[in-house]
Design a protein around this ligand. Structure first.
Ligand code: ADP
Ligand code: CDP
Length: 237
C-alpha cells in the first residue's frame, strides 16, 4: 500500500489517497479545535494518542459486529481506512446531560438521561453544525430514511458496547458523536472515536477527562486522554 496525494485537510486529521481506490490514510494531527474551528491549538502527542485510542475502539466495535471503516494502524499517527462516501450528518447519543443539551434546554448538567437521547446535526462548520431531524435530512437529500434508521440503530449499539467498556475503567460515557458513510452501498462507521468527540467523566469524582478540558481551559488535556486510554487497556507508544 502506497500513500499518495492529500485529498482533504480537516481541522484535526488529514486524508490521503492510496494506490488502492477503496482505501485512504487518515493522519491524526496534533491540531485541536473547538467552537467550530474558532479556537485552534497544537497539543503535543495528541495525534498519536487519538490514533492509538481510535484504533483500539474501532477494533472493539468491529469485534462486536458493528461495521467500521478501520483496517489497521499504520504508524503512530496514521491509520488505513476504507474510503467512504461520507453522510454529512452527525449522530449524537447522550447518557448524561452536558454541553449543548444543557445550554439549549436548561437541563441540569449531570442529570441521567433515561432512555438515552438521540440527536442529528448537519456537518457544516460554516452553519455551526445546526441541529436537524429525519424529515430535513430526507427532504434535503443528506440521508434516506433507511440510512437514518440504520445509523440510529448502529449508534445505539455502539452505546451498549462502549458504556460497558468504559465502565470497566470506572468511567462514565456521557455523550458522543459518530459519523457514518457508505461503502459499496452499505452504512459503515467512519471518522474517529476518541476523547475529542465524546465526553468521559470519572465515575466517582465526575472529573472531566475529555475535550471539555480544552474547551474550558482546564489544562492536562492529553494527560487525561492517556489516563482514559490506560484505564480501558489502550497501550500508547
Ligand atoms: P473536519 O472535517 O470536521 O475538520 P477532521 O479534521 O477529523 O474533521 O477531518 C477528517 C475528515 O475526513 C472529516 O471530514 C471526515 O468526515 C472525513 N472522513 C473520516 N473517515 C472517512 C472515510 N473513511 N472516508 C472518507 N472520509 C472520511
Ligand atoms: O460539545 P458541544 O457542547 O458543542 O455540543 P454537544 O451537542 O453537547 O456535543 C455532544 C457530543 O458530541 C460531545 O461529546 C461532543 O464532543 C461531540 N461532538 C463532536 O465531536 N463534534 C461535533 N461537531 C459536535 C459534537
Amino acid at each position: 500500500m502506497e500513500k499518495r496525494h492529500e485529498l482533504y485537510a480537516g481541522k484535526a486529521k488529514s486524508v490521503h489517497a492510496t494506490d488502492d481506490p477503496d482505501l485512504l490514510v487518515l493522519t491524526f494531527r496534533d491540531d485541536t479545535s473547538a467552537f467550530d474551528g474558532e479556537r485552534m491549538e497544537s497539543l503535543a502527542r495528541k495525534g498519536m494518542v487519538n490514533n492509538t485510542f481510535n484504533a483500539y475502539i474501532m477494533e472493539k466495535l468491529q469485534a462486536a459486529g458493528i461495521p467500521t471503516h478501520f483496517e489497521k494502524r499504520l504508524s503512530g499517527t496514521e491509520s488505513l481506512v476504507k474510503k467512504l462516501e461520507m453522510i454529512p450528518v452527525e449522530c449524537v447519543v447522550r447518557n448524561i446531560a452536558a454541553g449543548g443539551l444543557v445550554k439549549r434546554l436548561g437541563v441540569e448538567e449531570g442529570k441521567a438521561l433515561s432512555p438515552p437521547t438521540f440527536e442529528l446535526f448537519l456537518k457544516d462548520d460554516a452553519k455551526h453544525d445546526p441541529m436537524i431531524n429525519e424529515s430535513l435530512a430526507e427532504t434535503f437529500g443528506w440521508a434516506t430514511p433507511g440510512q437514518l434508521a440504520e445509523m440510529k440503530s448502529l449508534t445505539f449499539q455502539v452505546n451498549e458496547v462502549l458504556k460497558a467498556l468504559f465502565e470497566e475503567g470506572d468511567l462514565l460515557l456521557v455523550d458522543y458523536k459518530l459519523e457514518f458513510g457508505l461503502f459499496k452501498g452499505q452504512i459503515v462507521l467512519g471518522d474517529e472515536f476518541s476523547p475529542d468527540g465524546c465526553r468521559l467523566w470519572d465515575a466517582k469524582t465526575r472529573e472531566k477527562l475529555d475535550k471539555d478540558r480544552f474547551r474550558q481551559g482546564l489544562g492536562g488535556v492529553i494527560e487525561a486522554y492517556e489516563e482514559v486510554g490506560r484505564r480501558i487497556g489502550v497501550r500508547f507508544d
